[in-house]
Write a new protein. Structure first.
Length: 241
């Protein structure tokens, strides 16, 4: 059995006095694409922020067998954790290439150049627009840039928060095909998605989150055949993958 790259145990997180994530336990094995699906307000973003260290949490976050629950954000990034947030948080007034290079700022110049070449192979549209300001890109291109910038740090685990949000169905297909390609070259991925249908198409394993807790987990085929989940979630996002 493959040892987990990420193992979350009994994780709880709160905003003020309100607990939003309740006793979450889950894992991501090396080289896998794992998804967490659920409706708006289920606590999915809070879960990712807690794992990344953006939000104080209780419980255990084991990454490469190292406890991370009290480790600062910057140290988690150095260890290989990377998050692409829902808002993407690009530098709109900077060119595409400069945004990418910032993602690899902790790497040597040679490593940054090597990573940049690889990103341009994986995202040829970004290469075409390398001198274009990030703020002038389309929604799909901005999502690709956010993913590319995260990959410049050479993460061991890439976490994505709603990468399909606000994108047209054709662009959603492009983004998910890129996720498949990344997994095929060994990138481990934790994908949080409201578009359950698309997420289950590409995932190796799935968790269903409701009201801050994991209520169901299993292979995507099993989730897809659960009549309650089909009725509740497989129409979410409005996009056919």
């Amino acid at each position: 059995m493959t040892a987990p790259l990420l193992e979350v145990r009994n994780l709880c997180a709160s905003y003020g006095r309100t607990e939003v994530v309740h006793d979450i336990s889950m894992q991501v094995t090396k080289g896998a694409l794992v998804t967490v699906i659920g409706a708006n307000g289920a606590g999915k973003t809070t879960l990712l922020n807690s794992i990344m260290g953006l939000l104080q949490a209780r419980g255990s976050v084991l990454f490469n067998d190292t406890e991370m629950i009290s480790v600062p954000l910057e140290a988690r990034v150095r260890e290989g954790l990377c998050l692409v947030p829902e808002r993407r948080e690009l530098f709109a007034d900077m060119p595409v290439e400069d945004n990418l290079r910032l993602g690899g700022i902790r790497r040597s110049r040679a490593e940054r150049n090597e990573s940049l070449d690889r990103i341009f192979v994986q995202f040829p549209r970004l290469k075409e627009r390398r001198h274009q300001l990030a703020g002038t890109l389309s929604g799909g291109e901005r999502q690709m840039l956010a993913m590319g910038r995260a990959l410049m740090a050479r993460p061991t685990l890439l976490m994505l928060d709603e990468p399909s949000l606000g994108l047209a169905p054709r662009i959603v297909r492009d983004i998910f095909h890129i996720l498949i390609a990344l997994r095929e070259v060994g990138v481990s991925i934790l994908l949080v998605e409201q578009n359950a249908r698309a997420a289950l198409e590409v995932a190796d394993y799935a968790y269903v989150m409701e009201l801050g807790a994991i209520t169901t987990e299993g292979p995507p085929t099993a989730i897809s055949q659960d009549s309650r989940l089909v009725e509740s979630y497989l129409g979410l996002g409005g996009n056919e993958y």
